[in-house]
Design a protein around this ligand. Sequence first.
Ligand code: DPP
Ligand code: ZN
Length: 872
Amino acid sequence: KTVFFRKDYKAPEYSIEKIDLNFQLYDTKTKVTAISCVRRNNKENRSPLILNGENLQLISVKIDGNVLSSSEYILDNTSLTVLTPPAVFELEIVTEIYPQENKALEGLYQSGPIFCTQCEAEGFRKITYYPDRPDILAVFTTRIEADVEKCPVMLSNGNLIETGSVEEGGRHFVVWKDPFPKPCYLFALVAGRLSCVNDEFITSSGRAVDLKIYVEEKNLNKCDHAMVSLKKAMEWDEKTYGLEYDLDTYMIVAVDDFNMGAMENKGLNIFNSKYVLTSPETATDEDYIGVEGVIAHEYFHNWTGNRVTCRDWFQLSLKEGLTVFRDQNFSAEMNSPTVQRIKDVQILRNFQFREDSGPMAHPVRPETYEEINNFYTVTVYNKGAEVVRMVQTLLGREGFRKGMDLYFHRHDGQAVTCDDFIAAMADATGTDLEQFKNWYCQAGTPVLEVSSHWEADSSSFHLTVTQNCPDTPGQKGKNKKPFHIPLALGLMTENGKDLFGKNGCKTEILHLKEQKQTFTFTNIAEKPVVSFLRDFSAPVDVKTFQQDEELAFLMKYDSNLYNRWESATRLSASTILDVVRQLEKGTPIQFNELFFDGVLHSITEKIEDPALLALALELPPETALALQLDSVDPDLLFQGRTIIKRELATRFQNEFLFLYINNQEAGKYRISPEAMGRRRLKNCALSYLMSLNPPQDKFLQLCIDQFSKSANMTDTITALRLISHHPGTTRDALFTDFYRKWEHDSLVMDKWFAIQAMSSHENCLSTVKHLLSDRLFSMENPNKVRALIGAFSSGNHVQFHAINGEGYSFLADMILQLDSINPQIAARLVSPLTNWKRYEKRRQILMKKELERIAKKPGLSPDVSEIVNKSR
Ligand code: DPP
Ligand code: ZN
């Protein structure tokens, strides 16, 4: 195995100023001719030129027109080394590749009949021999030649400069030129039978940009929302950061087979069709929000990623953390800031905290990796975004904007590091961010403990905070340096007033820099209630330091809406975990009445934002609750959570029914934040009503009616999901119905698979196994794998962790099977097994056994091998 270290970075020996690519696409093979202008960077040192290449059939190598003999280069499975090249030369390499056999979906492959590429991180080396690293920026010109019938549309980066037919019958060609030098991971090619939706955007300086979304013809009517989102994103980036689009055309292509969500290739984004196609009948509200967010994310990369790119892959968060931060802020402005913030935090807490506490924990800027594809993680992306958010909190919005301006001023057209980003922020504002940089190099979630006391005599209030970071792989907690943590704090009186009030700002930012620090506030005439870490101002784990009474108070009255939700969640989690402990001990169940009071208060209070109420009522998922237990018994956890859900449903049946009826859609279907919030609230209420035990026929009927009458996918799929937990002929009939209605729509069918995989019923795994042989399922389609196998193993805690161990061995079987098809996707699936140490003894043994079994497979991919070996 090869291990890469950040400290080993060396600047490239050669640079490539321009590359002309020529693709000749045929049914069974593609011929690639690459002509590069190469220049040695170092005058004295006559080092060999090392080019990366995998799964390539080399046809010829020429330097300045002369064919190299086999003694002038060395060829192995991963590289081509030209031994003694001149200082400046033209390099011509001809290779043959086989896109139709490429099931790993990296490099050039086919999604159905459509040719497309995925080059990030290291896919370009599957197209031709090339120095496949992000710090080599070249001007790309791309000629594509293919059959006119099969590939009427042929696209690449930049501007179309030539088209024509070729002598060989029935074929044609195009030439695209991208004037912006770029790393090869941003290269893209698409060819196939595609239709296109056109629009236009006029930039703030008055340039017209053609906007094009390419899809299969049958999907032309599902592109509106994506197009509107793109235009909103373009406008937002001009308004917020003064960043304009720089080419004459912006193209998006949707394909069905895609490893990631989407890819920001210069001028030619390639998208998983899940993040392009919407219609009320086929897409849920979550899908609409997802499309808006991902379209914006990829668009924002044009500046944060493409114009300024990463020096090496250890710096991945330079572009991803920053771009996630940007798309989160965009979505917050387009929808509801508080709802968006809660969703951001949920991803962080439910997924990133788990990663950060497990065997794959790594810093936002990793120090080492075996397979870079394994580091496209919630840590690099979402914790990375939190780190950028903290910079903004420390500098203020204006200061942050100055920092961004300086960053682009200094680094436009360059490949840089996270240090360069922080330096721009520091220099633009005269802020010392040295200690802050610990966020980039220390893994693990800092744990904060808080204590406070109020002195009546001196009217002063003292808040003491300590920070500790747990051990993570390769980093001992005791050796970690304290983080610079911005703490957004509010102090409130018992009747719900904020004590801080300077310039209308009710929140103060404290700087926690020491391991232990006390903050003193004077003129505090009564004992305040602490509203801590407002808007989740830092990605830390705050140990609950408040009594339930205080949490219940904050849940009702905190002026910071995010913190209302935070308190509600803390209270519901502690209430559930209380029950779990009682179940463990076998003592009679007693409930925390404060929680039920709080919930009743939320339900009956005047509703300002229905989405916020829904979020407060939704109980934390088992995977998030599991993080708070030392030794998880998934059965007890499921039971405890179910008991609380049913208790709420029983006590507040009338209220939930009222919410259900009162939040029905009046009039036309809309996707406004308000309408989406109502649907969420209504469906949350229905979910409670459906959780009653024994089930009540009238609510079941409500659910069935919703299923059959609804004209939007949010309501349809919610009803189907709720019924999925109640096996029987009704359920089977609805699933059959749905199948008949939607079998032609692959994205909708993903939902059909996923829902069945997430049923809490104990026959779930046998259903899942059965579905593997459904004619619509395919191991070669990542969306299908995620929908069925991913949903079961990551989204069905109780059934995946069934004590007979069958969930674990099923997952291991699937990983082994997938490893020889698509290693990247196989590696992603391992995740639920990696945290075996968190589970009770019997499960630990079962999970570990499966990791060992996977590890033993001869020829296991580096992707899966890295994760399995680090976890066992
Ligand atoms: N396409 C992935 C993303 O946008 C990787 N760059 O995050
Ligand atoms: Zn990205």
